[in-house]
Design a protein around this ligand. Sequence first.
Ligand code: IMP
Length: 175
Amino acid sequence: MKVKDKNFVSYLSEEEIQKATKRLASQLNKDYKETKPLFIAILNGSFMFASDLFKEIKLECEISFIKLSSYDEMSSTGNVLELIGLNENVFHRDVVIIEDIVDTGNTMKNVLEQFKDRGVKSVEVVSLLIKPEALANDVEVKYVGFEIPNKFVVGYGLDYDGFGRNTKAIYQLKS
Ligand code: IMP
């Protein structure tokens, strides 16, 4: 498959993704049985995964969607990401963050710290993909679909420069 100027080869099939999604959902259904979790999906990349995962969640629960953006200030200290669209009060809630991919873990570290600062009862991450070789932070991702090598992937919501999201399978950059 070609996305913009780059060639990609098949990597994870629709069946493999759906199987992993069902496995993750059944773990969550078991672990959050006694609670009413609030799922927070991080846009844009996780929209397909969040949709398929949420269809398999049998709990009494809520879902909300946020976008991240860097504060654009000259005096900005560090790179605190703004959580755009978080209207729910997360104080004392059991939060499950839905992400498409954890690469270096910088994004997730930042997001997790912000949820902890807001006094959540618990916060865990479910990520379809994780690149263990790229992970530079001690971010705990409790629910992982696939551990993948440190190569760029697209499809199933994941993009290359905005394109390539609209597939049912995932493709890896051709080396
Ligand atoms: P991190 O902060 O390095 O963990 O990067 C997280 C974000 O980078 C993800 O939410 C994606 O938007 C993007 N990203 C990292 N690796 C890939 C990839 O292989 N394909 C598409 N997007 C990626």
